[in-house]
Design a protein around this ligand. Sequence first.
Ligand code: NAI
Length: 255
Amino acid sequence: MGKLDGKIAIVTGAAQGIGNGSAKVLAKHGATVILVDFAESVADAAEEIRKMGLKADSRRVDVSKLEDVQKVVDDIVAQYGKVDILHNNAGVNRRVKFEDMDVKTLNFIFGVNIYGVWNMAKAVYPYMMKAGYGRIINTSSVTGTKVVDEGQTTYSMTKGAVSALTRALAYEAGPHGITVNAVLPGWVRTPKVEQVAADSRPEDPESALRDMASFIPLKRLCNIEEIGDLVAFLASDDAKYITGTEVIIDGGSTL
Ligand code: NAI
């Protein structure tokens, strides 16, 4: 018996990185996971999970487009009958100093990190309300609560917004049997973070990753499955009385 047996879970940004790790862990706990991403490779990511003998499907959509998101969620519910869990995870970042940030980039980051999260929650919410049950887990970031680097003003704003949405929606959703929580990772080893390391030290990205780890009390970056473990906990009955909470998972880096 898995702790998520029979559950239907949507994970956004699941083609790679944190969303991919979360999708695998939720599937291992028995959920049927629908991996959502705009990248074509999301179909392969779902296939990889099926090859593990677990239940997975995929849909391609740009989460910043509400109409498209609504169609995809309606289609998932038409096929699977319900949606129990949403891991609202797709997100983007552009490290640009404030003086160089332009409105186009700002709108792009807001589009995915704020509108995308709102759109997905908005699309699943009526189904969860009707069912009297739901688990929404948003991926925020420690960057939404602390300044950890320069070039992060826009990204920090969006993650602060995700955390605020989590609290405010948890307040409204509670009476409907829906919990809403956020996970706040520090450095997680994902393709995005590997790119940050490669950009900062093209001649030796691994040494840049080691330097990042040296500032973390646990002396290593988080791996994607560890975020998945936390998401699975928040999605499970073990966490049924937890709502509106932000769980930091950063190896102590923001202590
Ligand atoms: P990633 O860049 O490795 O993966 C993000 C995935 O989201 C990709 O598969 C991408 O195709 C998808 N995506 C991007 N825009 C999309 C859109 N408009 N519609 C649908 N899919 C879209 O990123 P990573 O590192 O896995 O990050 C995932 C989440 O975790 C993001 O919200 C990020 O802000 C957050 N985060 C990551 C940390 C890290 O150290 N990696 C730390 C704290 C938060």
